[in-house]
Design a binder for this molecule. Structure first.
Ligand SMILES: [Zn+2]
Length: 377
């Protein structure tokens, strides 16, 4: 269903991890039949996904083929501060090139993604961030630091935008440059990304696609006597205040436990109970389903905003729910779809799908952005 297809005029073929990343006017990859054939090894880009504990790395060649089909990780050491972390990213680059027997001289660019908040140019928020709590990180320009360290162009995206970009290219393949999508990634917070014509919309200040902090109408989401959910950002009733692990812990679970006082999770510390909730959902536990239905309806409200804002070709859903049991995740996706108010014309053309290869989506999306950059440089 999400298997990408690539091909040129009069010739189409399917290939496992292939897709075509391209820009209008210049289409890279195997569709490029009119130009001299580039062997897969002619040049490559690398994708580096920086996380709280690990970096994940991948290599994407000039034809749009990933040379790695599994997680390749090393410790990110972000808690030790920028110097150690940048060194570990450089180490991740060296490691992935060794694994794929790729000489450094073939690397044209490196795509990097990190958790936000950070500017579109890769400067970590001056107020710090969950993963970058040390003062030495505040306002740190991680993109330039890595570029200086490795001597190669570094293209930056935040992790949710990178995952959104990968979902888009994986889903649309050769049509990616002609399509638009919106992705909501449910995790500790709610990350997102808006892709127009195959490119991430980053905005004037780099803050586009912060879908978690879009305030939504809560009619049809909350129970009549349910307190207004609050987000860490200060907003009341935004998407993240409902559709995130933090929202479960702070807002939804305390309310629903008051409705189910004898539930086994009532005896657990709230932090632990929130993390266990998905396994209850998979067993169709009524409390868990009530919480996740509220999350799905909140995302439906967000997608309704998107439908009236950019009217995308596809709505992607990612995060922990994608790793849940197939029946549960299908129910969740269906509930999101039912909660999204589309017009008839939109129903006819729009797609709802899960973000594939979630663990690798950040690194792969970062690589796609780098390949795209090379195509336009
Ligand atoms: Zn918020």
């Amino acid at each position: 269903m999400l298997a990408p297809t690539v091909g040129g005029p009069g010739k189409r073929q399917s290939a496992g991890n292939r897709f075509v990343a391209a820009t209008p006017g210049r289409r890279l990859g195997v569709v490029d039949h009119n130009k001299p054939v580039r062997t897969p090894a002619s040049w490559v880009v690398v994708g580096l996904d920086n996380g709280g504990t690990s970096n994940n790395a991948t290599v994407l060649d000039a034809t749009g083929r990933f040379l790695v089909d599994h997680l390749v990780e090393n410790p990110s050491l972000v808690h030790e501060g920028p110097e150690s972390a940048v060194e570990q990213l450089a180490e991740a680059l060296t490691g992935i090139l060794q694994i794929t027997s790729t000489p450094l001289t073939l690397v044209r660019a490196v795509g990097l993604d990190t958790p936000g908040p950070a500017s579109a140019a890769g400067v970590i928020s001056s107020k710090g961030a969950t993963n970058f709590s040390q003062p030495s990180w505040w306002g740190f320009d991680i993109r330039t630091a890595l570029e200086n360290r490795i001597g190669l162009p570094v293209i930056y995206n935040n992790d949710a935008n990178a995952a959104a970009l990968y979902a888009h290219h994986r889903h649309f393949g050769a049509k990616a440059p002609d399509c638009s999508s919106v992705s909501a990634i449910v995790g500790t917070g709610l990350g997102g990304g808006v892709v127009e014509c195959g490119k991430v919309v980053s905005g004037a200040a780099g803050m586009a696609g912060e879908l978690g902090h879009v305030q939504i109408p809560l009619h049809g989401v909350l129970e009549d006597d349910q307190p207004l959910p609050m987000c860490n950002c200060g907003f009341a009733g935004d998407v993240e205040s409902v559709a995130s692990l933090t929202g479960i812990k702070k807002n939804l679970l305390p309310f629903w436990l008051s409705r189910f006082p004898d539930h086994p999770l009532a005896a657990e510390p709230i932090e632990k109970a929130a993390k266990q909730l998905r396994s209850y959902g998979e067993k169709e536990d009524p409390l868990a389903l009530a919480v996740f239905a509220q999350q799905a309806r909140a995302i439906g409200k967000l997608f309704t905003v998107a439908a009236n804002f950019t009217d995308p070709d596809a709505y992607f859903l990612g995060g922990g729910v994608v790793e849940a049991a197939p029946k549960f995740r299908q129910w969740f996706l269906n509930t999101v779809r039912e909660g999204t108010g589309l017009r008839q014309e939109q129903v006819a053309v729009a797609t709802f799908a899960l973000v594939p290869d979630l663990d690798m989506a950040g690194a792969r999306g970062a690589a796609v952005a780098a390949l795209d950059w090379v195509g336009t440089a």
